[in-house]
Design a binder for this molecule. Sequence first.
Ligand code: PDD
Length: 280
Amino acid sequence: RTVYLNGQYLPEEEASVSIFDRGFVMGDAVYEVTSVLGGKILEFDGHVARLNRSLAELEIVCDISREEWLEIHRELIKRNDLDEGMIYLQVSRGNAGDRDFHYPPAGTPPTVVLYTQSKPGLADDPKAQKGITVISVPDLRWHRRDIKTVQLLYASMVKMAAEKAGKQDAWFVEDGFVTEGSSNNVYIVKDGKIITRQLSNDILHGITRASLLKYAAEAQMEIVERPFTVAEAQAADEAFFTSASAFVMPVVEVDGVALGSGKPGPVSLRLREIYLDESV
Ligand code: PDD
């Protein structure tokens, strides 16, 4: 695989980053995951806009323009002959020398890494036809979930907890309400209405979420942006989640309780189809 590191395209074996890099020592880095279907990049502008927002919130200076990002994405797709899969992008605050909590001096170059991950069959994931099962867990993450940082340890812990419980993912719950999924935004469907938590610093502002809500509104579907509880989800007709890597994924069970028929619901499946039609 050919990867990108700080302006260079390199074989992955030759791409290495300093042990002093703040991404490594402090988790001081932001990232994006963007899907590629049929060689086409999905939601490119949305991901670049959110990346720039994450960088600005953390005062990481990275002066790569939209056109340069696009060029890097296209070049990686070409060099790796990527048809279906993902592009992972990470920008850390760079190599700051000896460990220090304070940010390094202005002018310290960030570390920019991009690589492709091939996932043939990504759009035809059989999980979408079966639906996935989730457990709920307390949301113990920090309170700036709107910034897409690489600090994903708790998300990993809860995905492992779900796996140990024989389930496939976890939903975070805070103050009695579901915030989001471990790596996705969540929705329930009740009496034809799509209910999803409103945007705030409590959740990541999903790029897939923004597009999906736009397409749903265009299809005359009713959307209500408000928090919901696990009990409400268990009593809902359907549930699903969205993310750049899974698009729209039906959820059929929450904490052992089957939703509706226990199979992916018609609204979820229709939204998946609409999303894939519109965004590719
Ligand atoms: N995760 N919420 C969280 C906590 C996420 O990590 C993600 C994305 C989302 C959905 O955002 P988007 O639609 O922009 O992908 C919501 C990515 C895919 C990941 O970490 O792999």
